[in-house]
Design a protein around this ligand. Structure first.
Ligand SMILES: [Mg+2]
Length: 259
């Protein structure tokens, strides 16, 4: 059994719009392999991501999605048990934390930071106070930006940096390219890493995560990277395609399925 691990932002959609041809491409993959969606974006819960994919025409359940918010919640539960958490993040992060048995509190054992489009000074103040008082500082991811329909917006990394500067502490980072989230992925799939292909739009998260795990990697150019940024990087994907719609229709030898 083979598996495809697909990033979402910049691969399947940009902002709220599906990328041209992405729905058909994913449905072609479904006929041949197990498909798992893996995103550093913690703003939505797994169920909410799945509902969004379903609405776009991609058959999907919450069990087919892993978000960095979910992975952070699982990591804390497995390592420390149900805990108190102060989240800086959106509804999807809070939902996943609660689902793993954690209790949301302003006086917490953990501060967990994800993208929060309602960020304000008070949240940073409470986060800092908790870290100063000994709470562990966890970042769902440190992506600097997020691709939307027509521009890039600040990502979770920009918020993490604010708290890092204020506290002088570095967070434990759960999301891609880190092993913590990839261990959860491999566990979840139950498929050997050598049979997995990672498809993503970022070299320093998606592609690096795949390389570190010994997975095949496919870079798409519908998100963050360009041929220029690829040329400047030391991180080399196995295959580069313009868009996910070229996946499995690439010329013989360039098709990840044929190798
Ligand atoms: Mg992406």
């Amino acid at each position: 059994m083979k598996a495809y691990i697909l990033d979402l932002d910049g691969v399947i959609y940009r902002g709220s719009n599906p990328i041209d041809g992405a729905v058909d491409a994913v449905n072609r993959l479904h006929d041949r392999a197990k498909v798992l969606f893996l995103t550093n974006n913690s703003t939505r819960s797994r169920a909410s991501v799945a509902a969004r994919l379903e609405a776009a025409g991609i058959p999907c359940g919450g069990g087919d999605v892993i978000t960095a918010g979910y992975a952070a919640a699982v990591y804390i539960r497995k390592r420390y048990g149900a805990s108190t958490v102060y989240p800086i993040g959106e509804a999807g992060l809070i939902e996943e934390l609660k689902a793993e048995g954690h209790v949301i509190s302003e006086d917490a054992e953990f501060v967990v930071v994800g993208l929060d489009r309602d960020l304000n000074y008070e949240k940073l103040r409470i986060g800092l106070q908790n870290i100063t008082n000994g709470a562990r500082f966890i970042a769902t991811n440190t992506d600097p930006v997020l691709p939307t329909e027509d521009c890039f917006v600040p990502g979770a990394g920009a918020i993490v940096s604010a708290l890092e500067t204020a506290s002088g502490e570095s967070p434990l980072v759960i999301g891609k390219p880190n092993q913590l989230i990839m261990d959860i992925v491999i566990d979840h799939l139950g498929i050997d890493a050598s049979q997995c292909t990672v498809v993503g739009d970022r070299l320093d998260t998606d592609i690096l995560a795949g390389i570190r795990c010994g997975m095949r990697t496919v870079l798409v150019l519908t998100g963050v990277e360009t041929l220029d940024s690829l040329g400047r990087s030391d991180i080399e994907p196995n295959i580069v395609i313009r868009s996910i719609k070229e996946l499995l229709v690439a010329p013989e030898g360039d098709d990840p399925e044929s190798r």
